[in-house]
Design a protein around this ligand. Structure first.
Ligand code: NDP
Ligand code: 2IT
Length: 448
């Protein structure tokens, strides 16, 4: 059996009931096949792949907190410190009831290659909890965040592991966590990114993932002789990534006509009203029904009762920006039937493996999340740099660095795909380019 297949089988056997982790590993290992086979003896002897798929450290801990009724609640906290070959562990904290160790491991594994692609010195990590911030009071969210950080602070630090936001973790949660870290350690250091602007946050970090997604999409289209201008776009999600993807798409002359949340989706043929979307989601923390109620041109569709989603709309570009496996084979078929040109992932692993293969077979330009959404973590690394030099850069400075990073990422993966005879396969290009740097660093550092 080939080394790649052996290691994949090992991952499935040793990590039962972690389908998302298996999926993430499978996608990466499949596209590394040519690279591994060219160097199989050495990689096998060094057990490089076994080391790559085994996190350096996995932390799981109890998070007790008291709700507004005086009832004690208990959640599970996680931090997976996956790979520190090229820098301190770096990656977000997801707060969502679906979180379990397999979800955190898939995200941490993806993060290794994503962070490598940014060209910045950051290793891969991820964490979170099955706590659901939705519907909780600010006091309850603070109680959870303080309890979570009371345990987590022992394992993180500005030069060891630097968490940030992800689903359910935004400015409010990062603020509560930072305050508790500082109180426990006495250190005013860049231990978290996505901080508020008054206490060490970076300008443009809020916008970075969505903006970066569009910068890369624009560069990819340009290099294939197309342009965002005049293109209709389907976006899923209505959180941090989706909102700023929609905003930048409009600035570049595109027309996003959909967004969604976990209960429904909106079709707005006149184009999404970003100011209204921000008010509904960022200020009121409300549902998309409120957006539809205030916007005459918008149609609201309930996902459960109608069984439809935003991928049924005829668009040129699809940007999945909500969660994993939200675009399946049936969705991909609908998009292709409607003549979609490109699918670029704002979320982590939003497209199933079958859907990805189908889109690629049909000649749709497909850019995976580990490249397309890397602008968030790249700007987090820029926040770390600013914290280290105790300075703040202007919005324009950060934004122009972000733009250049996204352009570089596209060309690196495009070149890698060409070099290994898979021109236009951006999944393979991203995995290979991300892997090579990490593999070289791991090899240079010996068996650790
Ligand atoms: P937010 O919490 O801000 O928003 C998440 C959005 O996705 C919400 O609209 C939410 O709807 C929807 N959503 C979440 N879970 C589900 C689900 N199980 N089914 C359907 N819809 C769901 O998160 P972000 O925008 O920060 O993250 C979105 C994606 O982007 C994630 O995959 C994340 O890992 C990835 N990402 C985020 C980065 C960042 O910097 N924030 C960087 C790179 C990637 P509802 O409100 O109803 O739950
Ligand atoms: O998936 C991701 O890249 C993030 N959630 C952002 C991580 C970070 O450290 O900014």
């Amino acid at each position: 059996m080939s080394y790649v297949d052996e290691v994949y089988q090992l991952v499935v056997e040793k990590n039962p009931a972690q389908p998302e982790f298996h999926q993430a590993v499978k996608e990466v290992l499949e596209s590394l096949r040519v690279v591994i086979e060219a160097n199989e003896e050495k990689y096998r002897k060094d057990a490089l792949l076994e080391r790559l798929v085994n996190p350096e450290r996995q932390l799981m801990f109890r998070v007790p907190w008291v709700d507004d009724n005086g009832q004690v609640q208990v959640n599970t906290g996680y931090r997976v410190q996956f790979n520190s070959a090229i820098g301190p562990y770096k990656g977000g904290l997801r707060l969502h009831p679906s979180v379990n160790i397999g979800i955190i491991k898939f995200l941490g594994f993806e993060q290794i290659f994503k962070n490598s692609l940014t060209g910045l010195p950051i290793g891969g990590g991820k964490g979170g909890s099955d706590f659901d911030p939705k519907g909780k009071s600010d006091r309850e969210v603070m109680a959870f965040c303080q309890s979570f950080m009371t345990e987590l602070h022992k394992y993180i630090g500005a030069d060891t592991d630097v968490p940030a936001g992800d689903i359910g973790t935004g400015a409010r949660e990062i603020g509560f966590m930072y305050g508790q870290y500082k109180r426990l350690t006495g250190l005013y250091e860049g231990v978290l990114t996505g901080k508020g602007l008054t206490y060490g946050g970076s300008l443009a970090r809020t916008e970075a993932t969505g903006y970066g997604l569009l910068y890369l999409t624009e560069e990819m289209l340009k290099s294939n002789g197309h342009d965002i201008k005049g293109k209709t776009i389907a976006v899923s999600g209505s959180g941090n990534v989706a909102i700023y993807a929609i905003q930048k798409a409009q600035q570049l002359g595109g027309k996003p006509v959909t967004c969604s949340d976990s209960t429904g989706w909106v079709y707005d043929p006149e184009g999404i009203d970003v100011a209204l979307l921000k008010e509904v989601k960022e200020v009121n923390r409300a549902r998309l029904t409120e957006y539809a109620a205030k916007r005459p041109s918008a149609q609201y569709h309930d996902k459960k009762t109608e069984g439809t989603n935003q991928w049924s709309v005829k668009v040129d570009i699809a940007l999945p920006c909500a969660t994993q496996n939200e675009l399946n084979l049936d969705d991909a078929k609908k998009l292709v039937e409607n003549g979609v040109l490109a699918v670029c992932e704002g979320a982590n692993m939003p497209t199933t493996l079958e859907a990805t293969e189908y889109l690629q077979e049909k000649g749709v330009y497909f850019v995976p999340g580990k490249a397309a959404n890397a602008g968030g973590v790249a700007t987090s690394a820029l926040e770390m740099s600013q914290n280290s030099e105790r300075l703040s850069w202007t919005f324009e400075e950060v934004d122009s660095k972000l733009q250049q990073i996204m352009i570089n990422i596209f060309h690196n993966l495009d070149d890698a795909a060409k070099k290994y005879g898979m021109e236009g396969n951006y999944v393979a290009g991203a995995n290979i380019a991300g892997f090579l740097k990490v593999a070289e660093a791991m090899t240079a550092q010996g068996i650790v």
